[in-house]
Design a protein around this ligand. Structure first.
Ligand SMILES: Cc1cc2nc3c(=O)[nH]c(=O)nc-3n(C[C@H](O)[C@H](O)[C@H](O)COP(=O)(O)OP(=O)(O)OC[C@H]3O[C@@H](n4cnc5c(N)ncnc54)[C@H](O)[C@@H]3O)c2cc1C
Length: 351
């Protein structure tokens, strides 16, 4: 892209999920001259989750840092190092308030061998040299029948706090770098053309670049209608108290028990992963199963009666594509003018 053109552009980010906001922050930080940014989304970081916005995934994320495989290294490694550098100069408590990130001890235990556990020293785990304080748990410390375990430092994330930080940072940097104030438009649009027309009407500027970070919405957005996008449903239980350690147990039966600190709010227990499950309901028996299985993983959170204090049960849809994340660009004629359309969606369980 010709950078000299960007000064005149209204760059529109078609989303206010974590991907759209992180993309906006990247663009505003790295492009010179700094583009003018408009964020258009039906749901924003301060939008409460409800049945109506079930396809808005980010506030429903677990969420923690854990790479699913070496194929994700290009995205996962910079995330880890970037977050660590964000927190490095400040007291951890400040980071929790501002960024919604808690950098804490994590533990992962397997009951069945996988590609990651084949080497007794953890060399099957590509991110071993990346994370801090990595160590293999000695065999005698593992629970009975467990085959492998590791400890490392990683992040528990409060996605709403993190997205609010991203949005405020996009606004701050845009002003600092001399772009116009960031416009935020909350509106559902039918498709790319509607998005362009909406932004041009609201801002009085020409949209030259449109960045589509619609997550699940990419499936229905006219001009995109990506039928590859499907949900991997997840159910989580938010409980009172912040766990000391993020803990995960891969049962080897297609299920990972998880205890994840949600800084400033409590702890997320879960987390189910059901492929192509479009159901819109919380499953009560699954909630009971999650609570029962997590008791031994987070005993510090149990009340006098030996139970968790449940705040909320939540379901979400991981925006998934069989061929993986879509990051590409094309030129499309919309509303009588050629526009650069960038696509960035389909992060599934690793957004
Ligand atoms: C239970 C669960 C646990 C998870 N745990 C983790 C984890 O531990 N770690 C991790 O990295 N990831 C995790 N994820 C995955 C992560 O949440 C997603 O990958 C990420 O949130 C996707 O973000 P997104 O911005 O692409 O989509 P979204 O957050 O859905 O954002 C899409 C945006 O586009 C807007 N939009 C869409 N269509 C339209 C339209 N037509 N008009 C206007 N606006 C539109 C929406 O309003 C929204 O603002 C988890 C997900 C779930 C469900």
């Amino acid at each position: 892209m010709n950078i000299s053109l960007l000064l005149q552009l209204a760059n529109q980010h078609h989303s206010a999920g974590v991907i759209g906001l992180q993309t906006a922050l990247h663009l505003v930080s790295h492009l010179n001259p700094t583009p003018n940014i408009t964020i258009l989304a039906s749901s924003l970081p301060n939008t409460p989750i409800s049945a109506e916005n079930l396809n808005y995934t980010s506030p429903r994320a677990g969420a923690h840092w854990r790479s699913q495989g070496a194929h994700d290294a290009a995205l996962d490694a910079p995330t880890y190092t970037h977050w660590r550098s964000l927190l490095a100069p400040i007291a951890p408590a400040t980071g929790i308030t501002k960024y919604g990130l808690a950098y804490i001890d994590s533990q992962y235990i397997w009951y069945k061998h996988t590609n990651e556990t084949v080497d007794a020293r953890g060399r099957g785990i590509w991110w071993k040299p990346l994370v801090d304080d990595f160590c293999v748990i000695p065999r005698w410390e593992l629970p009975k029948d467990a085959v492998f375990g590791v400890r490392f430092k990683a992040f528990g994330i409060n996605p709403v706090t993190y997205m609010k930080y991203l949005l405020s940072e996009v606004k701050r940097r845009a002003m600092e770098k001399g772009a116009r104030e960031v416009n935020v438009i909350q509106k559902h649009v039918e498709g790319l053309c509607d998005a362009v027309k909406t932004v041009e009407r609201e801002t009085g500027e020409t949209v030259d670049v449109l960045v589509n970070c619609a997550g699940m919405g990419a499936r229905w957005l006219k001009g995109v209608e990506d039928e590859e996008v499907y949900p991997v449903k997840g159910q989580t239980v938010l409980v009172k108290g912040e766990c000391k350690v993020n803990r995960f147990v891969d049962t080897g039966k297609g299920w990972v028990d998880a205890v994840i600190r949600r800084p400033g709010v409590g702890t997320i227990l879960g987390v189910s992963k059901v492929e192509d499950d479009w159901s819109e309901d919380v499953e009560d028996d699954l909630t009971e199963k999650i609570l029962a299985r997590c008791k031994t993983l987070a005993p510090e959170l149990l009340n006098d009666k030996g139970e968790f204090d449940v705040i909320e049960v939540c379901i979400g849809r991981r925006p998934t594509r069989p061929s993986g994340v879509r990051i590409d660009a094309e030129i499309i004629s919309l509303a009588g003018k050629e526009r650069i359309i960038c696509h960035h969606y389909g992060h599934s369980g690793g957004g």
